[in-house]
Design a protein around this ligand. Structure first.
Ligand SMILES: C[S@@+](CC[C@H](N)C(=O)[O-])C[C@H]1O[C@@H](n2cnc3c(N)ncnc32)[C@H](O)[C@@H]1O
Length: 925
């Protein structure tokens, strides 16, 4: 019965260890289970019929010896082959059979595919019984399992650090595999209860009775640390890997002989035969451990560091090592640099929060206990000085000081609906007009920039206000910086108010205006001024017929024969005038088409700024003069042309003198003379040739200068000449009268009487701008450059030779001073004709005239052509003549671009025209 009891216990043990398939089966089910497994069918435990007939079998706890007897095969019955394969039935007593682990004798594997039932055989799994098999499972389940170090032998004795006889017992069990069952059970430590097996390993370790503990002198020590050599078999066996152990557990007899031999090697057993040196690393550095200090194991560096930290903090004083002569020196905590050098530079630790407050604020602060400081400076996270304190004291609502993205609030008044146009459209004969202009073809001339230049200031295209593209750029898009309109397109193609960057606003007194919605860099393109490009005739027709009742006209002179009508156009038409503008309106030729755009001035533009440019308004008639409400300090008082900027020039003789001097004298003398002379001469020529001068002179006053009044009076007598002759003397008289009135400070009454409906805006002539001093300086620079040109190193000097019409036969050389933002260029022009048409050579440069003639301007058959730029005679003598015939093409010449200037266009050659180069250049054959 004792044997039966043992068998029953073993059955319970197995059922607990082997999972659910065995939990409801009794040992009697083993055969059926085996056969089921062998036939590759799902494991069957007890068939329902037998359960029904024998209800007791359904309850494992009700298993009795008689039951076992009933179902177990008789001891005499020879076991089936399958049973022999996996285990051997060992008779235990008379009534029960206990299946024991087979002996070490190898068992031949049956042919065919492996039988999966083998693993589930109800054999006594020593690993299970020893409790070591649980480890793998628990690890795989993610359980925290005690870290098991490699088992080694100390002093030739196998010592198990767990002390529970795990692996050692297994080996013992293997050695005694052929002994009796009782011995086997004893060896497998079967006296442990199932509860013990189910408890966590750590708990079992702690519960281990002290009697079984290993003597102190045999306590396991790190062999590696001691440096002891481990070479005996037991050591090898104890240090076997998991796989090796498993193989042993399953029976060494099954292991092939070769493997058995391999197991004897150190490599297989992962045994270090040489002592392992213990290395210490601290702060990334290797610390040499003195081997003469014996086997004393140094403290792990991690621990030491921890102790050091604690000691440094002063929180806890721990004796790290008694052997150490002195405690580690506590490091002084290093302060955070950003407290001194970054955000809080110059700020004292905010101990005294009352500092800097007014008496009233101090009183208030004292009444708020929450704001009282703790008394200790917050080194870890101090606030910037006085941050929010005043706000907290005064109880204000928190508000950002400035709305960076500063769009206008919704509900703004909007201009009455108008048709928008994002691209210019030629109307009527304007196309043919445009095609006749030299720019139509000139723009295609390729620049000669080098990559390091990036099509900068010296780019010929830029100088001529031709935008670079694939056809005319020597560099290509990545390196070219002369593609403003392309940049604009890139920026705005996705839409969005911040990309577009402008919005219409309603001003207090000037109707609608435009303000920026983002920041713009100096000279950055802002928006394009688009509309219908019409001829002068068409413009007159529209003004007289279509717009006669309008208050505002959006007409701007585009070229000498063309006008851009933005009545249908972009919102750039709403940009107002200012006498101190922050923008410029400039015309460019882009891909052979004329385009106009608003550019930022020389200073950056911030979000929310109103965008303005100087209309250089040409009222065309005194009736059209409007009072300027720009409010700038230097406001001219009325919307009119830019004031005269230079004093009357010296006689023309000096100009000639200068020319001669410059051409013959030394370089130095030439520079000086031409600098002064050309500046003066240029002013004079400008005075003579500018078709707008009369009107400008009329407005050339500063309000309180008596001389101004005299000048106006004088000029009133003088007859108008040039293109302005068409301006009636009555109109001029009235305009001057307005100016005079304004000069006396009584402009208000006079101006208000003027009909606003008639507006004529003269824009630009921007580059003629520049004060006298700057002109002299520029002229000087121009002369210097001319001199350099003589030496074939001139830059920025451009000779423009142009023939205006077949009948005129005139030779025109112009010198124009242009300054677009950062770019200052010089073009040399000498007017050698009195033909006013030639004076009105399309100057795309500095002067754009916006013309918006009103109903009363019907008499203005000659709408002002836009050559109000400073017209100077040759600033350099060598630039003047040598011209016989002109090509129809505008040709550049500069020292830098000799290839271009020396190569006449094919068309020019074909037409028999001769290109004339610049000074020092022989005309091409
Ligand atoms: C091209 S429109 C500009 C947009 C215009 N403010 C509107 O509401 O449509 C030109 C007209 O605006 C007005 N204007 C622009 N700038 C001005 C200024 N500084 N002072 C007075 N009126 C101005 C003048 O009536 C001018 O004829």
């Amino acid at each position: 019965m004792a044997a039966i009891e043992t068998a029953r216990m073993m059955a319970e043990l197995d059922s607990l260890l082997c999972g659910s398939s065995f939990s409801s089966s009794t040992p009697t089910d083993m055969s059926s289970s085996i056969s089921a497994s062998l036939s590759s069918t799902p494991p069957t435990t007890v068939d329902s019929m037998s359960l029904a007939s024998e209800p007791d079998l359904a309850k494992p706890e009700s298993i009795t010896a008689s039951t076992i007897e009933a179902v177990m095969p008789a001891p005499e019955t020879p076991p089936e082959p399958e049973q022999h394969e996996s285990g051997q039935q060992t008779p235990v007593g008379e009534d029960a059979i206990v299946v024991a682990e087979p002996p070490l004798t190898p068992v031949t594997e049956p042919a065919g595919r492996p039988r999966r039932a083998r693993s589930s055989l109800p054999v006594y799994n020593i690993a299970k019984l020893a409790g070591t098999d649980v480890h793998g499972r628990r690890r795989s389940k993610g359980d925290a399992v005690l870290d098991k170090r490699r088992r080694t032998i100390s002093d030739g004795t196998l010592v198990d650090d767990r002390g529970d006889g795990g692996a050692g017992d297994s080996i013992d069990a293997l050695a005694k595999a052929t002994q009796t069952t009782q011995t086997e059970i004893d060896a497998s430590d079967a006296n442990r209860s199932t509860t013990t097996l189910n408890t966590p390993r750590s708990a079992r370790i702690s519960k281990k009775p002290s009697s079984t503990s290993t003597p102190a002198h045999l306590t396991r020590r790190a062999t590696r640390l001691s440096g002891a050599s481990t070479e005996n078999l037991k050591t090898k066996l104890s240090a076997l890997t998991k796989r090796g152990k498993r193989a042993i557990e399953k029976g060494l007899s099954r292991v092939p002989r070769e493997l058995m031999r391999l197991q004897d090697t150190n490599e297989f057993a992962h045994i270090d035969t040489r002592p392992v040196r213990y290395t210490v690393w601290s702060n990334g550095k290797y610390i040499e451990v003195d081997p003469t200090k014996g086997s004393s194991t140094p403290e792990p560096p991690r621990k030491k560091v921890k102790v050091d930290e604690k000691a440094a903090k002063g929180e806890e004083k721990i004796e790290t090592d008694k052997q150490e002569p002195s405690a580690p020196v506590a490091k002084k905590p290093c302060g955070k640099k950003w407290l001194d050098k970054g955000l809080y530079a110059g700020q004292e630790a905010p101990i005294d929060i009352f500092k800097g407050l007014t008496a009233q604020e101090k009183k208030k602060l004292a009444s708020i206990p929450e704001l009282m400081p703790s008394g200790k400076p917050n080194h870890a996270l101090p606030q910037p000085m006085y941050t929010g304190l005043r706000i907290l004291i005064n109880g204000r609502d928190f508000k950002l000081p400035f709305d960076v993205c500063n769009p206008l609030p919704p509900g703004q008044p909007k201009p009455t609906a108008y048709r928008t146009m994002t691209k210019n459209r030629f109307v009527g004969n304007a196309t043919s007009y445009w095609k006749k202009t030299p720019h139509f073809e000139d723009f295609a001339s390729r620049c000669v920039c080098k990559p390091e230049d990036g099509c900068g200031e010296d780019c010929q295209n830029r100088i001529m206000l031709y935008e670079c593209d694939e056809t005319n750029c020597n560099l290509g898009k990545p390196q070219c910086t002369n593609r403003a309109f392309q940049d604009l397109q890139e920026r705005t193609k996705k839409g969005g108010r911040y990309r577009v960057g402008v919005e219409v606003l309603k001003t207090g007194d000037r109707g609608y205006g435009v303000r920026s919605n983002r920041c713009f860099e100096p000279n950055q393109i802002i928006m394009e001024y688009t509309g219908e490009i019409i001829t002068v005739e068409e413009c007159e027709r529209r003004m007289n017929e279509v717009y006669k009742d309008n208050e505002c006209y959006y007409l701007m002179s585009f070229d000498q024969n063309m006008i851009i009508d933005a009545t249908t156009g972009s919102i750039a038409r709403f940009v107002n005038h200012s006498c101190s503008p922050n923008c410029r309106m400039i015309k460019w030729i882009v891909s052979g088409q004329p385009r106009m755009a608003l550019f930022a001035g020389d200073r950056p533009i911030s979000t929310g700024d109103e965008l303005t440019y100087d209309y250089n308004f040409d009222p065309f008639s005194a009736k059209n003069v409007q009072k300027c409400l720009c409010g700038s300090a230097n406001c001219r008082g009325v919307l009119g042309p830019k004031p005269k900027e230079v004093k009357p020039p010296k006689p023309a003789k000096e100009e000639k003198k200068t020319t001669k001097t410059a051409s013959k004298s030394s370089a130095k003398a030439s520079t000086k003379a031409s600098a002064k002379g050309s500046a003066k001469a240029s002013v004079k020529t400008s005075t003579k040739t500018s078709v707008k001068r009369k009107l400008k002179d009329a407005f050339d006053f500063d309000g309180d200068d008596e001389d101004d009044a005299k000048t106006v009076k004088k000029r009133k007598i003088r007859a108008a000449t040039g293109l302005k002759r068409s301006l009636s003397s009555a109109s001029l008289k009235k305009a001057k009268g307005v100016a005079k009135t304004a000069a006396k400070g009584a402009a208000k009454g006079a101006v208000t009487t003027i009909k606003r409906s008639v507006s004529s805006i003269s824009v630009a002539a921007k580059k003629k701008t520049g004060l006298i001093s700057s002109k002299v300086a520029k002229a000087k620079a121009a002369t210097t450059k001319t001199k350099t040109t003589t030496k074939k190193t001139t830059k920025k000097t451009m000779t423009t030779i142009r023939k205006r019409g077949s009948g005129s036969g005139a030779v025109t050389q112009q010198t124009q001073k242009k300054s677009y933002g950062k770019k200052t260029t010089t073009a040399t022009t000498a007017i050698t004709t009195t033909n006013p048409k030639i004076a009105a050579v399309p100057s795309r440069s500095p002067s754009l005239t916006i013309v918006a003639a009103g109903v009363s301007a019907s008499s203005s058959t000659t709408l002002v052509a836009a050559t109000t730029a400073v017209m100077t005679p040759a600033s350099s003598p060598k630039k003047t003549t040598t011209t016989t015939t002109m090509p129809p093409k505008l040709t550049l010449s500069s020292g830098k671009t000799s290839a271009r200037k020396l190569t006449p266009s094919r068309k020019a050659i074909e037409s028999g025209l001769v290109l004339v180069g610049a000074v020092g250049q022989d005309p091409p054959a």
